[in-house]
Write a protein that binds this ligand. Sequence first.
Ligand SMILES: [Zn+2]
Length: 745
Amino acid sequence: MRLLLLLLITTFSYSNFQAQTQPWQGKFEPIDNMIAPPSTYRTASGAPGKAYWQQRADYKIKAILNENNNTLTGEETITYFNNSPDDLSYVWMQLEQNVNKKGNEDFGAINNSIKDSITTRQMQFLTRAINFPAGYSIKYVKDATGNNLRTMVNNTMMKVKLNTILKSGESTTLAISWSYPITDRSMYLLSREGYEYFPEDDNTVYLIAHWFPRMAVYNDTEGWQNQQFQKLGEFALEFGNYEVEITVPEDHIIASTGELQNSESVLTKTQRKRFDDAKKSFDKPVMIITKEEALANEKQKSTKQKTWKFNATNVRDFSFASSRKFMWDAQAVKLPTNTVMAMSFYPKEGLPVWQGESTKAITQALEVYSEATFDYPYPVAISVNTSNIGMEFPMISFNGGRPDKDGEISDRAKQGMIGTIIHEVGHNWFPMIVSSDERKWMWMDEGLNTFLHQRTVAERYPDFNHTTPKSIVPFMSGDKNILRPVMTTSDNELLQQFGANFYQKPTVGLQMLRNSIIGKELFDEAFKEYANRWKYKHPNPSDLFRTLEDATATDLDWFYRGWFFTTDNVDMELSNVKWFKVFEENTNIEDQNKSSQVKIKANSNSTEAESKDFSNGPEVITMTSTPDAAYGQFLSRLDEPEVRKQLSNKNIYEITIKNKGGLVMPVTIEWVFTDGSTEIDTLPVEIWRRNEYEIQHTFIKEKEVSKVNLDPNFEFADTNMDNNTFPKEETKSEFDTFKDNKKEH
Ligand SMILES: [Zn+2]
């Protein structure tokens, strides 16, 4: 074995050797040491292991919304199941409302600098000149027998010391009484919840979210998830069942996670009849509360109360919206294994566009996402109109996008609104069901969700703009001192670029894997595999990385390493194209020792010099006959004249490509022939294994080439297309570019 190996090495190694211009960076080395090692909980193939476990928390909550002083008061009972192998002496709970307390918000993360001129609102954000009341008042925390439990609050988290050890496999019950002032959404930066006041009719829309004290995640990779809520990094939550009773003014309508349990006592007979009609309406929404009815409600201002009851099964969170301003439409969506009620709630300020587009957008998302992953499993999917944000919770989302006062909406704003609804409904899959830790890895839910959201837009709204690899170029060409890798913890990203880094960049990465690296069929099945493996579970980045490799037999470590762990970009330079031609003339095969050359039109001796274009014609190749020694111990011989005959009169092109941006990628080459026709060749990414900075490759073409383009279809987010062609196109002067731009607009 050893001898043979040596022979191989001496024969082949030098011909493959090219000096690298920069040190080897191991771009194709395994990423095993960069991700969590597999365990009995999480397998090396990326699936939940035999010993996988997760905690469970069931909630029974009774809450009262007081419209007079904008407070929410509640009592809850949590049944917490310790499925971990560990015994617990304390548990951690999340008190996310505390983030709004002065001093707790953002931990100074907003850009806290004062400029010469600053808006008063911005100044309020910076200084909290008016200190609005915020945060929880906890009246008690008790155990099952009614004994008070000792608690300690650390910003947005509360430690509850248990009176008896919670053993592995056992459950415990906690009773908590609490209240908090609901905050005015317009007065806070990045507020996902709170109230929105409408001065014109003196009414309020309440968006109630992260509103009740709830269990922090305890898992096999973190122990207790103890990253504080600082607003950018969202939520890490356990699954469970909910029974929730919400008491609101009698004339309010509630849109909520879960299924309404007492429609007889909260809806009118007419509303119930319309809702039943909606259940049978698969092609268009049915109005359950019309515009006229909503306008009449706005004027009521009832002082009486009404209690709505909702149950939700196997959800990781619970949220609701309440107002007397809501119109309500609904339609049924039939999926292979579930029929879902798609419903929209909106004040008159959303008209007319909301009535026409919201529920329609929900149905598009339900259909495309279900097909790409698994059927939407819940009974309802709700879109509530709000100002300025899009925010998701199980079965319900709060979505921005409103027309102006005359009911007009620009095409761009309409696309934004529909895109937001698709996106937030889509979050039901990532992270509401495939429940990754948002506080730690924003890209996992936002990236995967945006990927499917953009696919939904591309498939169902083909006239709309959608993300493509080109979209990420400005971000990826940005200042490396500011850029962070995708694998950055949510709250460590900058406000101005988390959208590009955590939403767009992973989306483009997945698009490239699907369209250009793995292929649609294999990729789609692997993506579906990941979603199904981890539904109702807590996947980590390594579980996604491993599943996509495991289900496609594709080594993607090079891709993960570059795209997720670095800030490198793609910039391939087509440095040179050399043109050769072999002419078979007067070759004396019998006399190989004497003359072993195939003559070529000799117009250039220097094959080393870089050519500028093809104007000098083809260069000379000297093809010598192979000496016997080169065959080593083999006694058979190649039909060398046949090889030369095959090459005779063909055009041979040797291309040189340099990797300027750092990221290795497959290479797509477009040949434009002198007759105007084109042809595409692709080289797999592995071409960069031996030299990460420069590659050469030889192609044989029947026709003569007039031009060569790299990445002609813009598949790989190449940040500089100016160096992708040969011959180089003349760079336009700035003045010419300016003139051209003027013409286009
Ligand atoms: Zn999102």
